[in-house]
Design a protein around this ligand. Structure first.
Ligand code: SF4
Length: 366
């Protein structure tokens, strides 16, 4: 369901913009429709009041909790059921953050991510994206929403932008606390600056080497890493929010000196924060997490060389913390266990020397 359908339904029952605003505000903030100073009978037209119970039931059915999985780091991974029986994951993050999904499955097919394994199954409607926030807010406060769960937001741009607009208005979330994450798509850089609510931007870079990046993110739009960072920098300058650059650190693949030099070349002096996330080992995927010592060394070295680097952990590592792992456990891939093709397809990557090379010890999400 799209937010527009909710608006049309309300209008059909006589709602004016102020009435739509109230219903959407209470829903997206997980408040009861009869809460607040003004009671429905003092504010809403009779037709809207009559339609509210059925609408509330439908909104409630957009995102239902199937199971929750608390982790030691304070995050809680939620398996969320949609109206048609599909499932997605949302993650309650420490400090009132929430990571939401934007698609069931994903077409980008990042080789280190469970979500990308089976391709795109369907888009989430804008209301289904907001419903994940409402569901989470029914459990606890949410003041920051990152669009880094299952799916590539750029491939569902209209729905994601509609959800961002509602969350930044009726949802009461600060605009820079809405974080649009993308592997990079030129449409994003045209669209984001035009919206009434301008979110912060996160770019999934993962490599500064265009050829390697194309192998790690096989169906991402072809944009040279340098151009991608430049487009992000322009948006950061325009909004005043630093661009967040995401880097899943894969042992022996993107943790070598060549990549560190590339990161310094692209990011030093830019309005950017590099979030370095050591890969979370996933059964069936042939990637390794670098040692904690190596990851710390890389982050410290980049910091010294002028790149604001934060070493982060994928939320909920102890509870299938990689993007799509919970869903994958509930819904096995129709193709069965996936053959591990990475090592045979890309032997040269593992032969790279240097401190981050094969001797180094290592959510696949955006
Ligand atoms: S990491 Fe993100 S963009 Fe890549 S396949 Fe997974 S969900 Fe899609």
């Amino acid at each position: 369901m799209r937010i527009d359908h909710i608006r049309q339904r309300l209008r059909a029952h006589g709602a004016l913009p102020c009435h739509e605003h109230r219903v959407l505000r209470l829903w997206s903030q997980a408040l009861a429709q009869d809460s607040g100073r003004r009671k429905p009978q003092d504010f809403l037209p009779l037709g809207v009041r009559g339609a509210l119970p059925a609408l509330e039931a439908d909104l409630h059915g957009l995102a239902r909790l199937i199971s929750d999985h608390p982790a030691e780091d304070g995050s809680v991974r939620l398996l969320v059921g949609l109206h048609d029986g599909q499932t997605v994951e949302s993650v309650l993050l420490p400090r009132d953050g929430l990571c939401v999904s934007t698609q069931v499955g994903c077409a980008v097919g990042c080789v280190f991510c469970m979500t990308g394994r089976d391709g795109l199954l369907r888009q989430l409607g804008s209301a289904e994206i907001v419903a994940q926030v409402a569901l989470s807010r029914s459990r606890r406060s949410v003041t920051k929403v990152v669009f880094m769960g299952m799916g590539e937001p750029a491939h569902n741009l209209d729905n994601v932008m509609d959800a961002i607009e509602l969350l930044g208005r009726e949802g009461g979330i600060g605009h820079k606390n809405l974080v649009f994450s993308t592997v990079g798509d030129r449409r994003v850089f045209e669209r984001l600056p035009q919206g009434p609510v301008k979110p912060a931007l996160a770019l999934s870079l993962h490599s500064t080497n265009a050829a390697l990046r194309a192998r790690l993110l096989p169906r991402a739009p072809v944009i040279d890493p340098e151009e991608l960072v430049e487009l992000g920098e322009r948006y950061a300058q325009a909004t005043g929010y630093p661009v967040q650059v995401q880097w899943t650190l894969l042992a022996g693949i993107n943790d070598g000196d060549d990549e560190l030099d590339g990161i310094v070349r692209l990011l030093a002096g830019k309005r950017a924060i590099l979030n370095m996330i050591p890969y979370n080992d996933v059964d069936g995927l042939d990637f390794k997490r670098p040692s904690a010592e190596l990851a710390r060394g890389i982050a410290a070295s980049l910091h010294r060389r002028g790149v604001l680097t934060k070493l982060r952990q994928s939320a909920g590592q102890d509870i299938d913390g990689g993007c799509g792992q919970l869903r994958a456990r509930q819904v096995p891939s129709p193709q069965g266990p996936q053959p591990v093709v990475w090592r045979t397809a890309a032997p040269a990557l593992h032969a790279r020397a240097g401190p981050g090379g094969p001797d180094a010890a290592g959510p696949g999400s955006d």
